[in-house]
Ligand binder design. Sequence first.
Ligand code: HEC
Ligand code: HEC
Ligand code: HEC
Ligand code: HEC
Length: 293
Amino acid sequence: MSHPTRVETTVAELGISCDACHGPGERHVTFHQATKNEDPAVIAAAPMVDPEKISQVAASLICGQCHSSSQARDPIDWLKNGSRYRPGEDHTESFRHAEIGSAEPLDAPYLKDSFWNDGTCRAGGDELLDLHDSACYQQGRMSCLSYHSMHDSDPTDQLRCSNDSNESCLQCHEQYRDQLEQHSHHPIGSSGSQCANCHTRHTSFALLKAIRSHRVDSPRTTDTTLGARPNACNLCRLDQSLQWTATHLSDWYGVPRITMSETDQKTSASLLWLLRGNATDNRRVGYELATRA
Ligand code: HEC
Ligand code: HEC
Ligand code: HEC
Ligand code: HEC
């Protein structure tokens, strides 16, 4: 007989099972073992969830059940019975997500360091939360599947358009196709003309490397104090100051200039991040240096 304070656990399946993304498969399998019928009408009688055929919100929650920080609304039920969520359903019905600024903040203090001051994820694994903060998701139909494919992609990063990443953005922002150089102010084909390098910079840390922010937004300069998210321009131009970036954002894009300290005006921003930041910030700048060596 087990001790009352011990939790009895069993492994259902090692790795990420088909059911985690497609829903319970038992009925589907027994049905097809019995009929062996290839008729689409018959197959539809015992369906599996196809993430591509449901709303972008429900599809993203399939990934977000694991790729976000969440707490069960009923922890005792969760410990006894496991997750009540099934793919295709609303994950937030049984779990609270750690959205910064949400009406339902999580109790876990360790989450505080998982976010930059502006609420963007600093630690990887919370990609859903950044997606939720993106205008492309809120006003468009962007989902995890706009970029990722689970069965037709390289296992590293699992990107749908790995040959030309700009296509992932141009599928919705077609107007930038012919005006890319005017917009980016960098030569076509250079890393400075890759949409993702300016709009989803590597500002999260996970899987022992820097990964792209999943919050699509535009470069901005704030300051270099602890917790301020590094901007795309200074993560590329490691030798330049925030002032240099602010001047270009103003000259090229009309972004209003902000007042900044004399140090931020004169010193390379990457050096200040290294000196003022915590371990994650240091790794961020270290990643840029290491990937260029
Ligand atoms: C049941 C949990 C679970 C679900 C559901 C899930 N993931 Fe993951 N995912 C993980 C874990 C755990 C890892 C880290 C694996 C490792 O490298 O050790 C991961 C890693 C990844 C990676 C990084 C791969 C690499 O090594 O470069 C990507 C990209 C990714 N997931 C995308 C998705 C997308 C998109 C979905 C939804 C279609 C999804 N995941 C659904 C648990 C999950
Ligand atoms: C991490 C999530 C995830 C896991 C695990 C997963 N799938 Fe999928 N599956 C998807 C997504 C997302 C799609 C939509 C197409 C794509 O992304 O490639 C899909 C599509 C499919 C399709 C439709 C493909 C088509 O050509 O129309 C089938 C069939 C399928 N999956 C079967 C499986 C089986 C069998 C397993 C287990 C061996 C599995 N999937 C595991 C996410 C997943
Ligand atoms: C599924 C469609 C879709 C995809 C994919 C998509 N976007 Fe968007 N995006 C939108 C919509 C809709 C808006 C809101 C209207 C607008 O500003 O054009 C938007 C807004 C934006 C904004 C303004 C953000 C803000 O906060 O004001 C930027 C920048 C942007 N997108 C860049 C990108 C980049 C870069 C990519 C590729 C990494 C991308 N988008 C992918 C649909 C999409
Ligand atoms: C060199 C950096 C850079 C690259 C590369 C880049 N952008 Fe931008 N983009 C910016 C900046 C900076 C702004 C912000 C302008 C502002 O804040 O008003 C911006 C703004 C935008 C906006 C919002 C426009 C609006 O009116 O609100 C969209 C959408 C956008 N970019 C899409 C793209 C797409 C799609 C690509 C790739 C085809 C791309 N960008 C490549 C720097 C870049």
